[in-house]
Design a protein. Structure first.
Lengths: 353, 300
């Protein structure tokens, strides 16, 4: 939206190349991308690689994070092995072209689901269910005594440019009639610098970004993200639009992670639960979910036991969340709206029937 | 032979003109193609819609409910403020440092030489970041004397409130441009023949008085054209203010373009504003140049 003219030119050329190679991919036959992945025996997954908690290089040199675990879950479902993933670190401007041009099969790079990205007249993607409900937040230091947005009345707030962050900030403060002074910088590093140097009482960005930034502070416990939410940013994996089999398979792997948490099936108790389901024909719903009968997987073009493969590889949604963003992790983000529907959150799965 | 030479030159000139026109045509074509591709014509209607973002510093009353046009005006005035004060202070610093290079006092000479050498080797952006994040944000929150209150939130001077962002941009621009002006002034002073120095010294004039009344007036014609370039540089460099959070015209345009998606219109306005500003500066300097030359001719 805000790119300078030169970027638009590059974008136009990139888009053209993407379009041409997109045509080439379609020319390979009417097959789904899912067939291609299963034939190849490997999933090409686009990630950021630079966001702690979502996709970041761990000390052993592998990628780790919530976005990365989703790649693993997909690979487990599609080809039966969560290690068969090739990660492609992508920048924000590169990501859609990489997907459209067929360089990657799946984009799992904290991407906000929006109308223009979804629509055929826009980026033409197909989004899976939201895997992280993000939103713009405010971070303050514990010692400042600020407990809510109202305490920031008349204070300076450090904000970065380039997205709608400034507008969201203003909308939220104007709605409550609170005055404030925006100190606007060009990128997040400068925002962090200004905030840590005490220029502002608070800094604002997406809550996941705030938590990631905080994990790099000298004293992360001294900073707290306020409960106030200034915008909604549902982050979701995406595949190329117009490929129903690939989209369905991706959607139901995400749903399987959520359903598994609802049913309390974890990596640890999976084998016991499976044994029970096989032994007890009265547990019809559980048997369908785990693929003991019902043939749900086949309808998606996946093995009937794809749910078992997924849980064995990554655990359920809650386990993935806690591993990377939970209380014990380096990047701690309270679950908030990412709790299950039954617990006051927004994560729900349609029935596996 | 001269005929042929002239004809050859004609073809070269024609070639250059054709190449320039082709390049211009390519640019216009690109803009048109991109506008068609994005389904947008040139449209400035958004200028009157509410801006919806707040600004930290406003010379005139401004609220987020005011229009984008007014936000841009406020940004332009912030730019103007830092540029005008910057021009004044950079000139004073530059002339002082340049004159010190020709001083008979060794300490002054080497101080000034060291300043120029250090400042000219370090990129301006880095200097701005230093002034802001290290120097000004590192200030302790204590009143210094009764009339001045200094803290990392701003500097209050006799009721005048200066934000740390403004102070950092101003200091950065003045120190950086001052070093270049010092070299220009030194060059101008060196261009005045040694005889003039010997003349005023033999008349018993003090060094300072001789410099002001005899040497500098004669050095001005050599200084002014190069000084104009430095003034224009200062004005253009002020756009780096966004790095240290100062709400100048560029920073406001940046937000405006992000929110409206009107990149081409936004950049056109930005270009026009700076063109206008720089034409004013170079126009003013041209007038001054003519006045100085005229006076010099009359006095001869």
């Amino acid at each position: 939206m805000s790119r300078p003219i030169s970027c638009r030119l590059i974008g136009a050329v990139g888009g053209l190349i993407g379009l041409l190679s997109g045509c080439a991919t379609l020319g390979d036959g009417t097959g789904s991308r899912l067939d291609l992945v299963q034939e190849r025996g490997e999933l090409f997954c686009g990630v950021s690689g630079k966001i702690p908690g979502f996709s970041f290089l761990s000390p052993d040199g592998r990628y780790a994070g919530l976005d990365v675990d989703l790649c693993k879950a997909m690979a487990a479902a599609f080809v039966g092995d969560s290690s068969k993933v090739q990660y492609r670190p992508l920048t924000a401007p590169e990501r859609f072209t990489a997907l459209r041009s067929g360089e990657i099969d799946l984009l799992s790079r904290n991407t906000t689901h929006t109308l223009s990205r979804d629509a055929a007249g826009g980026n033409g993607l197909s989004f899976a269910p939201t895997v992280f409900h993000d939103g713009q937040g405010l971070m303050v230091s514990v010692g400042s005594g600020v407990r809510s947005m109202a305490d920031l009345s008349g204070k300076a707030i450090c904000v970065g440019s380039g997205t709608t962050t400034e507008q969201n900030l203003n909308d939220a403060f104007a709605a409550q009639g609170l005055p404030y002074t925006p100190i606007k910088y060009q990128d997040l590093n400068q925002v962090v610098g200004g905030y840590l140097q005490g220029r502002c009482a608070a800094m604002t960005s997406d809550r996941s970004q705030l938590a990631s930034a905080r994990s790099g502070f000298k004293d992360p416990q001294q900073h707290v993200i306020l409960a106030d939410r200034l915008s909604k940013e549902p982050l979701a994996p995406a595949v190329v639009g117009g490929d129903q089999r690939m989209a369905d398979a991706t959607n139901w792997v995400v749903y399987a992670l959520i359903e598994a948490e609802e049913r309390g099936i974890t990596q640890a108790n999976l084998d016991d639960v499976l044994e029970q389901a096989v032994a007890d024909p009265s547990q019809a719903a559980l048997r369908r979910f785990l693929g003991v009968d019902g043939g749900l997987g086949a309808k998606l073009g996946l093995p009937d036991d794809f749910v078992v493969q997924v849980i064995r590889a990554t655990g359920n949604y809650g386990e993935i969340y806690n591993r990377h963003l939970g209380p014990g992790s380096a990047v701690t983000i309270p679950r908030g709206p990412n709790r299950l529907g039954g617990e006051g959150g927004l994560m729900i799965a349609p029935p596996f029937t | 032979m001269p005929q042929m030479f002239r004809r050859g030159r004609f073809w070269i000139q024609l070639g250059v003109v054709v190449a320039l026109m082709a390049f211009g045509g390519l640019l216009i074509n690109n803009i048109t193609v991109n506008l068609i591709r994005t389904g947008l014509g040139l449209d400035f209607g958004w200028l009157w819609r509410p801006a919806g973002f707040a600004l930290a510093e406003t010379a005139l009353p401004y609220a987020p409910t005011d229009s984008y046009a007014w936000a841009l005006v406020i940004g332009w005035m912030n730019s103007l403020k830092v540029i005008l004060v910057g021009l004044l202070l950079a000139t004073m610093l530059g002339v002082a440092a340049g004159a010190a290079r020709s001083s008979r006092n060794g300490l002054l000479r080497s101080l000034s030489g060291g300043y120029v050498a250090l400042i000219r080797q370090v990129p301006l952006l880095l200097q701005l970041l230093f002034w802001y994040f290290v120097a000004f944000l590192g200030l302790p929150d204590t009143p210094v004397g009764g009339l001045i209150h200094v803290s990392n939130q701003g500097i209050r001077l006799l009721g005048l409130n200066l934000s740390v962002e403004f102070c950092s941009v101003l200091t950065g621009l003045v120190v950086f441009t001052g070093a270049s002006i010092a070299e220009i002034v030194r060059g101008g002073i060196n261009a005045v023949s040694r005889g003039q120095w010997e003349a005023f010294r033999s008349l018993g004039l003090s060094e300072g008085l001789g410099l002001r009344r005899i040497v500098l007036p004669q050095a001005l014609p050599a200084i002014l054209p190069a000084l104009t370039s430095q003034y224009l540089n200062l004005a253009k460099n002020s756009t780096l203010a966004i790095a240290v959070g100062f709400a100048d015209l560029y920073a406001v345009s940046d937000t405006t373009i992000t929110q409206t998606g009107r990149a081409i219109e936004g950049f056109l306005l930005l270009l026009l504003s700076f063109l206008l500003l720089n034409l004013l500066i170079s126009g003013g300097m041209a007038l001054m140049n003519r006045a100085v030359l005229g006076r010099l001719q009359r006095s001869r």
